[in-house]
Design a protein around this ligand. Structure first.
Ligand code: SF4
Length: 287
């Protein structure tokens, strides 16, 4: 872990990354791609030393309240967060300034902040987003080795459901020849139905690979799935988008199940939901 001063904390879309790098170890991680120009090893987490001061300053100067998001590039609930508590402090600031909050994670560490999530949900707005890729626990241990498995994430989703906190699931990536089965898509969607998630984000039944994450992914395939790398190279060469050969069938199953159970699976509609922040005027009079 190392510290670095940042110039700015909020992106133009009101997202923030309090940390840079991640230790969850997902074998398919796109954030490892060279295009992100990370100047340090991916597991050597960069902590933005002035993140909270910047956040407060940037929120104070905003003309309109809105949702503030985190977790799109790196999971904020890495083990280091239990020591530093930066995410928690950021949530307190966001709540104090009357903004909404949304976070993407795979970690049950989020439950540490349940009290704040509830406060945000009550006073402004809060949506928790969680990634689920496989219902197979042993496969999950291989694909996402250093974070809690799907069964625990499912428990977290149900706790949030019972606390009235809205949730969205990211069903991605779907790795060709690995988790691209009808049984898996059905099982994960069933969990979402039981957990009463609002919507599911799915970018098609596939994965993207580019320079940086491809090498890492292939080294993990060699280790855990002998012969699979060769199968990928034969099927996809150097392509960026690697779609499952069963993508059409899997998508049809997924969409039908979502439709039948009132889960939104149109990505634009889900993203619109995540950005929604009530009536700005009304929110401003509350604080
Ligand atoms: S949680 Fe996200 S950022 Fe972290 S390793 Fe997994 S895919 Fe990468």
């Amino acid at each position: 872990m190392h510290y670095k001063e940042a110039k700015k904390i909020l992106s133009s879309g009101n997202g923030m990354n309090l940390y840079r790098g991640c230790t969850h170890g997902c074998i398919y991680c796109d954030s490892r791609s060279n295009c992100y120009q990370m100047e340090h090893p991916f597991e050597d987490i960069e902590v933005k030393s002035n993140a909270l001061e910047l956040l407060e300053k940037e929120l104070r100067s905003k003309r309109k309240r809105c949702m503030i998001g985190t977790g799109s590039m790196t999971d904020p609930y890495i083990p280091l967060e239990s020591e530093l508590g930066t995410v928690r402090k950021a949530m307190e600031i966001i709540h104090r300034y009357g903004f909404g909050f949304t976070v993407i994670t795979k970690s049950d560490l989020i439950l540490r902040d349940l009290d704040l999530l509830k406060k945000l949900n009550r006073d402004t707005r809060c949506v928790v987003q969680m990634t689920l890729t496989t219902a197979d626990e042993s496969l999950c241990r291989v694909l996402e080795p250093n974070v809690c498995t799907t069964a625990r994430r499912f428990e977290v989703l149900k706790i949030l459901r019972d606390e009235g906190i809205p949730t969205v699931v990211w069903l991605c990536p779907i790795l060709p020849f690995i988790n691209d089965t009808k049984e898996n898509i059905e099982a994960v969607t069933d969990m979402c139905i039981e957990a009463k998630v609002y919507g599911i984000v799915n970018f098609g039944m596939g994965v993207t690979l580019r320079e940086g994450n491809r090498e890492y992914f292939y080294s993990k395939l060699d280790r855990h799935f002998p012969g699979m790398k060769e199968k990928y190279i034969l099927a996809y060469g150097n392509r960026y988008e690697l779609e499952s050969p069963d993508a059409a069938e899997l998508s049809a199953i997924f969409q039908r199940k979502c439709r039948e159970n009132g889960i939104i699976c149109d990505n634009n509609a889900v993203f619109g939901y995540l950005e929604r922040f009530g009536d700005d005027e009304e929110q401003l009079t509350l604080f």
